[in-house]
Design a protein around this ligand. Sequence first.
Ligand code: UDP
Length: 432
Amino acid sequence: MTSSRLQTRPRRVAVFSLHTSPLEQPGTGDAGGMNVYIAQTATRMARMGTEVEIFTRATSSEVPPVAELAPGVTVRHIVAGPFEGLDKNDLPAQLCAFGAGALRVEARHQPGHYDIVHSHYWLSGQVGWLARERWGVPLVHTAHTLAKVKNASLAEGDEPEPRVRVVGEEQVVADADRLVANTGAEARELVSRYDADAEDVTVVPPGVDLERFTPGDAGAARERLGIEPDARVLAFVGRVQPLKGPDVLLRSVAELLARHPELRDGTRVLLVGGPSGSGTERPEAMRRLAESLGITDVVRFLPPQRGGELTAVYRAADLVAVPSYNESFGLVALEAQACGTPVVAAAVGGLPYAVADGVSGRLVEGHDPVDWADVLASLLRRPEVLARLGEEAPTHAARFSWERTTESLLETYARTRRDFRGTSLPLSGVSA
Ligand code: UDP
């Protein structure tokens, strides 16, 4: 490999997304922001001249071994364990099968087929580590969420992340050539909790699709969703799981309506997303909670939305609530703001970056429904304040874009390749 090639951006990246495919609908099960991140950046990378091959576990007998996500972006479905019925917690037992499948794919090509490996989430990081050693290329890793951070701020009823994940994450952090963090806060967590070398961590903020998520006619959006034009609309968008705190929104709405009965008429809460994760916060449990809080008349549940329907939800809302207990960034917050909708978010993880407090939305400390009701009341009872935040929201969101994220990733790859000192194993296809 010549040094001039090492100066350049990679021609081809192997992206590992073991536990969830970028082809899946986000907002339910294990599919969420990571799927969107991978699909959006891969598509743009290919447009900028770097091919991307995404390796993910086959979860159905129907999927072809190779599918095209976009020109220059392929998804390789690796058979590793039964197609269905495996939970994310079962997947550590499939790392070997997945790794073997990925190595087999590479072995069919000329040596040097992939210039770099980018793994997403710790399960992929484990396989990325093996590929790094075998292929003699650097490993870039993005954790997306970290077990030690999640376990430090668990929602009630949520199960702590198992020790096998903590150990697995520590290994990947130690062996990756570069760690990509969404925010400075995540970079600091990697250093303080995982002993990462600060020099090895690069902050690359995620983005938002600024062509798709734009301000639009709220009246038309409400009509599309069957909501009265003059309603007060609050929305939650995301996987319905304890970590996301959908119960916090329902409890605070109940508190708000108890304090201000005059708001009851015309208030609408949209809870958009499918079941996910452990615990009790599934849509069914949320239905029961709404019933016990006496607010079923104002709450509407919608399954995961895509395309124009999702944009309509953001445009129809007066505010979008993101009451998460932990959030490595919070794409929903950016998407809502890009549509001109203010966001009320918990002041955790990446949300203080995603939301400009007092400018494009409000940040709330903690998850006490009383505090949340205070903030909701202060906004819903002063439409002029909501309108001002809504006007500023797209400007804040425009600070983030997938083009910028992709450019930063490509620069990070180039730099990591320049710094790469090789591995202890012989390169693929080179006899020892
Ligand atoms: N999402 C979607 N439809 C839904 C709910 C969510 O497409 O009904 C998408 C949403 O647009 C966002 C992603 O799922 O891009 C969720 O990302 P976020 O970072 O907010 O949360 P995560 O799922 O990563 O925890």
